[in-house]
Design a binder for this molecule. Structure first.
Ligand code: NAP
Ligand code: MG
Length: 499
């Protein structure tokens, strides 16, 4: 059944001016060789648009525009307070265009439009507002060297920053990179993921409208091995910030090593554990959040809690509650306001998620819930939330990131065993812990080798706290003041006063 709201979203889509050209030096331009690629809506399987396919020449042009803007001081030399005002205006503009931006992200990658509207768009606006506020609140330092030396330690912008981002939270991932990079005075060239270029292209125009000068923010849509690699190897890019898979992250380290030794910062994949101890008082809440932890955003979340470790004493009761909660996470039309789970990003990715489910069965696992691919409307990009049991530590599904709504549940006996299993992954992005024992909560949080531990919740996240990984989940941190380290370099200026 088509709801009134679905019809309204479709009407909005008809009216939207879709931005499909690259955004360089304040203008929309075609790729220099005129190349384009097709962008497909996974909800319909239909093409949304053809988008400029930027290559080496376009990246050269965008980096040159960024460098020229940086060197001119048109942004870098403005007062922090002025940059604050501009980024605060951009935050407000994002909220004013919330419907449009939510539609673009949902149409590009299949997430429920209501999630985009209630989570992604306010999230992106919030990150710009938070970094805008930081502009005139971060102080430099004077070294404690006594009266005969005055030595200052100042943070200076690096110059041209490249940002290469994935498709799972298109606008948010862009905001996490752009806001701290811009507030420090850098110029940026952003490459959105191939599957989700539209909101980034619109954001660039809103930034110009907010007062970010031409050339300071450039967007080069295109393919990873083309536009992404060209940024990774560019001699005039000083710092490259990446979110995406571990495999591609390693390529960026190589590109940097083979070019100008640019700084590279990687937010990569994950295989996060969720530890439910038998002293957890509210098992129903733990089960509800566990379902959220691997179903939200179709499970296409780097920190998704896909390894459920459940202490033996509460195994039966917890699993029973989990199955009840999973009923509210069935996939549905992304435009239906009641859908909590939408379409996977594309058919190729849905094929990949189904191959993981086949591997789980082949390797001896039992499917406790889900396991099926669904066709809704004209699209077969939907996969049920799926829970496996009976898989050992060597199983593919226990080791590898699926990036879909698939979890493996395993009972454990002791805290030491749970910690050993939780820490046995090469990834180390996040973990959750459910316990009402205060001492255990602190002990386990300390022992987990991950970037974020959520105690009695899942996926704790806020611009105030850093986000990033241990191990092969990457290094460097997004969000919080710590993110400024990626976009500034420290300068020591030593004034000898005794001579
Ligand atoms: P991906 O394939 O690694 O792509 C990420 C970005 O890198 C895209 O813009 C992509 O362009 C580009 N790229 C791909 N191949 C490249 C190459 N050879 N050279 C240069 N650039 C290249 O990741 P994804 O499939 O978009 O996103 C899913 C992954 O992101 C998962 O592994 C997930 O865990 C990770 N992720 C991590 C975090 C975090 O904060 N740790 C957050 C969100 C997602 P194309 O779009 O053209 O391929
Ligand atoms: Mg990709």
């Amino acid at each position: 059944m088509t709801t009134k709201k679905q019809i309204e979203w479709q009407a909005l889509a008809q009216k939207l001016p879709l931005r499909t050209q690259a955004f360089i030096d304040g203008q929309y331009v075609d790729a220099m060789d005129g190349a384009t690629f097709e962008s497909i809506n996974p909800r319909t399987g239909q093409a949304v648009s053809r988008v400029a396919r930027c290559g080496i020449a376009d990246v050269d042009r965008a980096v040159a525009a960024a460098k020229k803007a940086f060197d001119s001081g048109v942004w870098a030399a403005r007062s922090p307070r002025e940059r604050k005002q501009v980024l605060a205006r951009l935050s407000a503009l994002i909220l004013q265009h919330a419907d449009e931006l939510a539609w673009l992200d949902s149409a590009d990658m299949g997430k429920p439009v209501n999630d985009a509207l209630s989570i992604d768009i306010p999230g992106a606006a919030g990150v710009f507002a938070w970094y805008a506020e930081s502009a005139d609140k971060v102080y430099d330092q004077i070294a404690p060297l006594g009266p005969e030396v005055h030595a200052t330690i100042t943070r200076e912008p690096v110059g041209v920053v490249a940002a290469v981002v994935p498709w799972n939270f298109p606008l948010d991932m862009a905001a996490w990179k752009l806001a701290p990079a811009l507030v420090c005075g850098n110029s940026v060239v952003l490459k959105p993921a191939e599957q989700s270029p539209h909101s980034a292209l619109r954001l660039a125009q809103l930034a110009l409208q907010a007062g970010v000068p031409a050339g300071v923010l450039n967007v080069v849509p295109g393919l990873g091995p083309e536009a992404g690699q060209a940024l990774g190897r560019h001699p005039d890019v000083a710092s490259l910030t990446f979110t995406g898979s571990t495999e591609v992250g390693k390529l960026f380290q190589r590109y940097a090593g083979e070019s100008n030794m640019k700084m590279v910062w990687l937010e990569a994949g994950g295989k996060s554990a969720n530890l439910i101890f038998d002293d957890c008082a509210d098992l129903d809440l733990a089960a509800a959040k566990a379902a959220f932890g691997f179903c939200f955003n179709q499970g296409e979340v780097c920190s998704a809690n896909t390894r459920l470790l459940v202490q033996r004493g509460v195994w039966d009761r917890f699993m029973e509650r989990l199955l009840v909660h999973l009923k509210s996470w069935q996939p549905g039309d992304p435009l239906n306001p009641d859908s909590r789970m939408g379409a996977l990003v594309d058919r190729g990715h849905a094929d990949r998620v189904m191959q993981f489910i086949v591997s789980g069965r082949r390797e001896g696992g039992s499917v406790l819930a889900g396991g099926q691919r669904l066709t809704i409307g004209a699209s077969d990009c939907y996969v049920q939330p799926t829970v496996f049991t009976g898989l050992g530590p060597e199983a593919t599904l226990v080791r590898e990131e699926v990036f879909g709504p698939v979890a493996v549940a395993t009972p454990f006996e002791t805290e030491a065993q749970a910690l050993q299993w939780a820490n046995s992954s090469p990834y180390g992005l996040a973990a959750s812990v459910w316990t009402d024992d205060l001492k255990r909560a602190h002990r386990v949080a300390r022992a987990l080798r991950v970037g974020t531990v959520s105690v009695n919740t899942v996926d704790a996240l806020d611009p105030c706290v850093p986000f990033g990984g241990f191990g092969q989940s990457g290094f460097g941190r997004d969000l919080s003041l710590h993110a400024l380290d990626k976009f500034t370099q420290l300068k020591t200026s030593w004034f000898d006063l005794k001579t």
